[in-house]
Structure formats: C-alpha cells, structure tokens
Design a protein around this ligand. Sequence first.
Ligand code: OOG
Length: 256
Amino acid sequence: MIAAGLQALATTLDRAAMDRTEIDQLTPQHGFTLAQAYQIQHASIAHRHQRGEQPIGIKLGFTSRAKMVQMGVDSLIWGLLTDAMLREDGGMVDLADFIHPRVEPEVCFLTRRVIDRPLTLLEAANYLEAVAPAMEIIDSRYRNFKFTLEDVVADNCSSAALVVGTFSDNLRGLLNCGVAMRFNGHAVQLGSTGAILGNPLRSIVQASQLLTQNEMVLPAGSLIMAGAATAAEALTPGLHVSTDISGLGRVEFFTA
Ligand code: OOG
C-alpha cells in the first residue's frame, strides 16, 4: 500500500476515535502489513500532536496470556500515549468519551533516564524512577471490539485513557504481587503482576528493543504502561472501579 493510502487510514482511525464511532476492520478491505500498521498508528497519533496533545510515553499490549487468550492475538504490541488520555486517580470518568470502553489493571513505570538502546533485565530498574498501580481504559475503534493484529496496531492498540496511582520506588519487588480489580467492591479480576511477561520489568526490556528497532528515543520522565495483568472488563455508568496491587497500593475512579 502506498503512503497516501496509509495516511487516509490513519485519518479514518483518528476521526473514529474523536467522533466515538465504531468502524469496520480495515484489513479485510485494505490488507496492510504489520510494519505498515505501525506507520498508520504513528500517522494517526501525529494528528493528535498537531492538535496540541503532548506525548507522555508508551504502552505495551498482550504482555499477559490472559489478554492474548481474551482477544485471540498472540504477539506483543505497543502504542503511543498522549496527555489527553490521562484521567485523575479518584476522579470521574465520563463514558460518553468512548465507544465501548473496557478497563484492565496494569503497572505503570516512570523513566529516570533516556532510553535509546536495548536494555537487559538487569539494567531495566536503573532506568526507572518509580512504579505505580494503574488502569488502562481501552476502546477499540472496531465494531464489536474484534480485530486482527494489524488492525489493532493501526488503532494504537485500542488506547483510550489511563489512570495512574501514586508512584513509589518499589521497583524490585514486582515479581509476584497480588492484583485485584473491583467494581463497586466486588472482585471482577484477580491476578498477579507475574502474569506480565513473568516480571513487569521485562516490559522495559521489550519497550527498549521496540523503540530501538523503530529508531525512537524515549525521554526521561516518560510513562511506560506494562500491559494488563488480567483480561479486561466492560465499563458501565455508576461504577466505582478500583485496582489494588500488593506493595504498590490502590488506584481508582468512578464512571458516569
Ligand atoms: C488491545 C490492547 C491490549 C493490553 O494491556 O494487553 C492491551 C485490546 O485488547 O484491545 O492494552
């Protein structure tokens, strides 16, 4: 597919996100490669930057078996985060901002040093300032939340919003922390941080490799969302949504 075609698909996805309207999957009609899907993703996020949104970091997806099984996809993916996606810890999230939002429990890292080369697992913690419990709100722009790997990558990996809790420096205690996501106090997903690549610090290693392959540099002070520890849950209005991660604390929001 030629560059103009990729640009047109990027505009279609950006509009679907801005207008909160679902669209048909793109690959059946337009058939693009994974490398082209990332070009579409970057062109689509460039529209956001042109509107004044600031880059704040990156997210990884499908870093846990639970998520791969839920969505029928088996490769790690990554997307770009902007400041307009941030929601307040403890605040109200208006579901009118989304098409068919789902929430998933994650850990979020804050980087301390620029990441400009592939890191080893031993090095990863030295590049980090802090870690926080977090939740990601995903909102596929595709009808019925159904997609191929190429489709979801082009759609910035379903990124829609994120809520980040309080940062701490507990960076080396993340191997097997209990994760409990609750709706109105009832557990809806239970898991462990170990579900994220066996050790969430591996998401830093993966992120550093992906960035280097794409000749991108992640500035110090960036966020890295490590990917969901459990399957995602559909959001409805009137919920108090909380995630507790042992050793990291709680992150929460309300839906309207
Ligand atoms: C794609 C995004 C997956 C994760 O944490 O695994 C993801 C999706 O499920 O729509 O963000």
